[in-house]
Design a protein around this ligand. Structure first.
Ligand SMILES: NC(=O)c1ccc[n+]([C@@H]2O[C@H](COP(=O)([O-])OP(=O)(O)OC[C@H]3O[C@@H](n4cnc5c(N)ncnc54)[C@H](OP(=O)(O)O)[C@@H]3O)[C@@H](O)[C@H]2O)c1
Length: 262
């Protein structure tokens, strides 16, 4: 089943990103893969093209570069490709207390998790609104719902991302353009290793990102505002009850889950 639509996926060579690639490609949607590593992108591009017979382009860019979002937007214009689906998936965590982590680490995380995706929305949404067609899928996290001691900044970046996504979803509600916030629980991807979180209770039973990508894709197509996906057993009721729970107790639990002394 081929389509003439194109999805741009950031963090395409990561754990959840690769699953998004399979879901979109499996639905015949052409792809623009965005990542940091040109070799990884090329390998993924070749295998996806071969397996699914779709058009695949790639853009190598590090989101800590100041002009990352503009580079991506300008490259898509040069390619002459219309982006119908923007998947803001790239992101990173980082274990440690606020004082243990450096301000450079904070800035880099803010760029990757907040500033670049925000700028990508600023650049691509006007084109979608002009066409009155388009979908944005923002990969936030169930971490958006509470403050997260031992990953304070990560939780704050995801709270920002969900809040921004929901407000823009509302502003666009009378159009056929939507912004969906996807909020997974702990997944078995490269995320824990990249953020120094492998030795924590939180990541002892991370779920496969496959179902998360599928549920995110379906919710995005329907123009849903929020979707929670891939929450393992104990996280499901916890997330539902979160707003009613005392914040200090919740933070104590999160801290215990993110402590490296398993
Ligand atoms: N895994 C979880 O438990 C979990 C839970 C909730 C939400 N999430 C969210 O899910 C999304 C995908 O993460 P994942 O679980 O698939 O982790 P992952 O396997 O580590 O993938 C993260 C992706 O982000 C990209 N990235 C990181 N820093 C970047 C930078 N400076 N510039 C450009 N790209 C950068 C990585 O690029 P490279 O391939 O070049 O390294 C990678 O493709 C993230 O937004 C994350 O916050 C993850």
């Amino acid at each position: 089943m081929m389509s003439n639509k194109t999805a741009l996926i950031t963090g395409a060579t990561g754990g959840l990103g690769k699953e998004f690639v399979k879901v979109f490609a499996g639905n015949g949607i052409n792809l623009i893969l965005v990542g940091r590593n040109p070799q990884k992108l090329q390998t993924l591009r070749n295998s996806v093209q071969k397996r699914y017979g779709i058009k695949v382009n790639s853009i190598a860019v590090d989101f800590t570069n100041d002009d990352a979002a503009e580079t991506i937007y300008n490259e898509t214009k040069k390619l002459g490709v219309q982006v119908d689906y923007l998947v803001n998936n790239a992101g990173l965590g980082g274990q440690g207390t606020f004082l243990e982590r450096s301000f450079d680490q904070d800035i880099n995380m803010a760029k990757v998790n907040m500033m670049v995706p925000t700028k990508l929305m600023k650049l691509f949404l006007p084109d979608m609104v002009n066409r009155n067609a388009g979908r944005v899928l923002n990969v936030s996290s169930s971490a958006a719902l509470i403050p997260g001691p031992l990953q304070a900044e990560y939780y704050a970046t995801k709270a920002y991302f969900t809040s921004l996504s929901n407000a823009v979803w509302y502003e666009l509600k009378d159009t056929d353009v939507s912004v969906t916030a996807l909020m997974p629980g702990a997944m078995d991807t490269g995320f824990a290793k990249a953020g120094g979180l492998t030795d924590t209770k939180m990541f002892a039973n991370g779920v496969s990102p496959k179902k998360v990508a599928e549920e995110g894709y379906e919710a995005m197509l329907k123009g849903k505002m929020n979707v929670f996906a891939g929450l393992p057993g104990w996280q499901r009721p916890f997330v539902g009850l979160m707003p009613m729970m005392p914040k200090k107790a919740t933070m104590g639990f999160v801290a215990s889950q993110q402590s490296t002394n398993k």
